[in-house]
Design a protein. Structure first.
Length: 272
């Protein structure tokens, strides 16, 4: 059995445009891994089995697609150990799927090359290809076209899952975005993101990146009051992140917010 961590992600920026012909939205986003991780273990088996997380569908679907692409039977046993909060905007399911794809692909007699695996991952979910890459990435088109970014990684991250919040479906979040004409000015906002990325030298410069177009939270301001140099919603939420210069400050903020929600202190990381 081969094992690997499946890290969470945050969106350091998420600029959203109009729907594309395929129904997905045009966007520009900055993907950043954090050290909080699920664990994925894969081994050849006589059939496809995914254990450890009964609600999984994405890992199973990913491995069925891998087997079809490779011209073989889906015959792996996968064990998932969940540590990333589910349906929080942290990409746990996508990361599990990408990690399972990578591990299972390695067991094949003729593994898919990286470009074919990336293309396959893009059919599973918009952020699945990111988890096959190392380092922060700029995601464009529907989020699956990636370009590596050189961004500082010397910061701590406080992930806050506010009490009493439930994830609204991603489709509903995008529908609300469309109904408020959120795509207006997309080209300008995208240029603003690209310009801001050129100015990032130190961790604190990440505060120059534009805010999340899809979702906002009152908790962002509170995190900044507690010392975060940047705070925002990740993805479609409901998780909110705060970036801190050191883990001590992040832990102090987590203690101050204990009555507000579940706080997880972690760090930026380069790879899973």
């Amino acid at each position: 059995m081969i094992r690997a961590p499946a890290t969470a992600k945050i969106n350091l920026a998420l600029v959203v445009g109009p729907p594309r012909p395929d129904g997905k939205h045009e966007l520009a986003t900055v993907y950043q891994r954090v050290a909080l991780a699920d664990r994925v273990a894969v081994e050849p088996s006589d059939a496809l089995r995914v254990v450890g997380f009964a609600a999984d569908t994405i890992v199973r679907r990913a491995l069925q697609s891998l087997a079809a692409e490779a011209g073989t039977e889906p015959a792996w046993r996968v064990r998932l150990t969940k540590r990333i909060p589910v349906a929080a905007g942290l990409g746990g399911g996508s990361s599990d799927a990408a990690t399972a794809l990578r591990l299972a692909n390695g067991t094949l007699a003729d593994p898919l090359p990286a470009d074919r695996l990336h293309a396959l991952a893009a059919t599973i979910g918009a952020d699945v290809p990111f988890f096959l890459a190392n380092g922060p990435q700029l995601g464009v088109a529907d989020g699956t076209e990636l370009a590596p970014l050189e961004l500082p990684q010397d910061f701590a991250v406080l992930l806050l899952i506010p009490n009493g919040t439930a994830k609204v479906s991603t489709a509903a979040v995008y529908q609300a975005f469309d109904e408020r004409w959120g795509a207006d000015g997309f080209d300008e906002r995208r240029r603003g993101l690209l310009d801001a990325l050129q100015q990032v030298r130190r961790a604190e410069d990440l505060a120059l990146l534009p805010r999340n177009d899809l979702a906002s939270s009152e908790h962002s301001a509170r995190l900044e009051e507690l010392g975060a140099f940047r705070a925002d919603v990740t993805g479609a939420g409901p998780a909110v992140y705060g970036l801190f210069l050191d883990t001590g400050r992040a832990r102090e903020a987590a203690r101050a917010l204990r009555s507000t929600g579940r706080g997880i202190v972690t760090t930026a990381c380069w790879y899973g």
